[in-house]
Write a protein that binds this ligand. Structure first.
Ligand code: FE2
Length: 305
C-alpha cells in the first residue's frame, strides 16, 4: 500500500467577499495573512506537487486538514476543484482542520464542498442537522489497510486553534479499532491535530487528547497521520502507544527556508512481513531553489499492532 500524506494547504482567495456579520475572527486572520502568512505560503507549489504525486503513483492520497485559510466560500470552491484534480491521479481522503471551520458560520459551506472527500465512497449524511462531525469516524478499507478519518475541527475563539474529537467519535472509534484488529487489518488514523501532548502550544492543542490516547492505548493503532504543526515530526513508540508510528506532514505550500518547515509530503509504504507490519517512510521536501521535491530522510518502523 502506497500512501501520500499531505497537510495544511491553506488555499486563500484574495477576491473572497467578506460578509459583514462574520468579520470578527476573520479580520484578525486577514491581517495575519497580509502581514505574515502570505510571505511563507506559495500556492503555486500545488502544481509542482501534483506533477510529483502523479509520478509516484500512490494508492491513496491522505490530507490531514486545513485545506483553506479563512473558510470563505470562494476558498472552498478552490479546494474542491484542486481535490477533484487530485482524484484524477489517485483516491483522495481528507479530514477537516481548524481553518476549514474557522468560524461557526462556515460549517455549511465546508460540509457542502469538502464532504465528498471525507470518504472514498461518499454517502449521504444521515444526520444533516448534527453538523459535519456526523460523517466521522469515516472508515475506508483498501486491501488490508483501514483508513479512519476523525474530525477534530471546531470553531474556536480569537487567537485559538484548538480542536476536539468528542465522546461520540471516541466511542465509535473504540468499536472500529477493536473490530479491525480482530480481522488483522492495518489501521491508519487521519486527524488534523497532533494526538500527543506538547507537540503544539495549549491554545492549538487537541483538548481531549487524553481520552483519545486512552482509546488508542486500549485497542492499539499502527499509524496516526496528522498536520497542524506545520513542520516535520515523527514519534515512534511512546506512552500508551507502544506499537504506533505518529507522523505529521509540513504545510504543503510552505516556502520557509528552514527545512523542517518547508513544503513537502510523506510517501508511506506499508507491507506485511511475517507477523509484523513494516512501515517505510520517505520524507520529501521542496528543494532550496523551490523547483522540485527530493527525499530528505527515510526510515523504517515495524509494528505487530
Ligand atoms: Fe491547523
Amino acid at each position: 500500500m502506497r500512501i501520500i500524506h499531505l497537510s495544511d494547504i491553506h488555499l486563500f482567495c484574495q477576491k473572497a467577499v467578506v460578509p459583514k456579520k462574520v468579520l470578527n475572527k476573520r479580520l484578525i486572520g486577514l491581517s495575519n495573512w497580509y502581514l505574515k502568512r502570505r510571505k511563507i505560503v506559495d500556492l503555486g507549489l500545488l502544481d509542482l506537487l501534483g506533477k510529483k504525486i502523479r509520478k509516484l503513483r500512490p494508492d491513496i492520497i491522505c490530507i490531514t486538514g486545513d485545506l483553506v485559510h479563512l473558510a470563505f466560500q470562494e476558498e472552498f470552491v478552490l479546494a474542491r476543484d484542486w481535490l477533484k484534480g487530485l482524484c484524477r491521479i489517485s483516491r483522495v481522503k481528507i479530514v477537516p482542520g481548524n481553518h476549514d471551520l474557522y468560524i461557526k458560520e462556515a460549517e455549511q459551506d465546508m460540509t457542502k464542498y469538502l464532504s465528498p472527500f471525507f470518504s472514498l465512497a461518499p454517502a449521504e449524511n444521515p444526520h444533516k442537522n448534527r453538523g459535519h462531525k456526523s460523517y466521522f469516524p469515516a472508515l475506508d478499507i483498501l486491501d488490508e489497510c483501514a483508513f479512519i478519518g476523525l474530525s477534530s475541527a471546531e470553531p474556536c475563539g480569537i487567537l485559538k486553534a484548538s480542536g476536539t474529537v468528542g465522546k461520540r467519535q471516541l466511542e465509535e472509534l473504540s468499536r472500529l479499532l477493536k473490530a479491525l484488529k480482530e480481522k488483522n487489518i492495518f489501521r491508519v488514523i487521519l486527524i488534523h491535530h497532533p494526538i500527543l501532548p506538547g507537540v503544539v502550544s495549549r491554545r492549538k492543542e487537541l483538548k481531549d487528547y487524553d481520552q483519545l490516547l486512552r482509546v488508542l492505548g486500549r485497542h492499539g493503532v499502527e499509524l496516526v497521520l496528522f498536520g497542524h504543526v506545520h513542520k516535520r515530526f515523527s514519534s515512534g513508540p511512546c506512552g500508551p502507544l507502544s506499537e504506533t508510528l505518529c507522523l505529521s506532514a509540513p504545510s504543503a505550500t510552505s516556502k520557509e527556508k528552514n527545512v523542517q518547515k518547508r513544503a513537502g509530503f510523506n510517501l508511506i509504504n506499508i507491507s506485511k512481513c511475517k507477523k509484523e507490519w513494516e512501515i517505510f517512510v520517505e520524507d520529501h521536501v521542496l528543494s532550496e531553489c523551490g523547483v522540485y521535491f527530493k527525499v530528505c530522510k527515510n526510515f523504517n518502523f515495524r509494528t505487530s499492532g
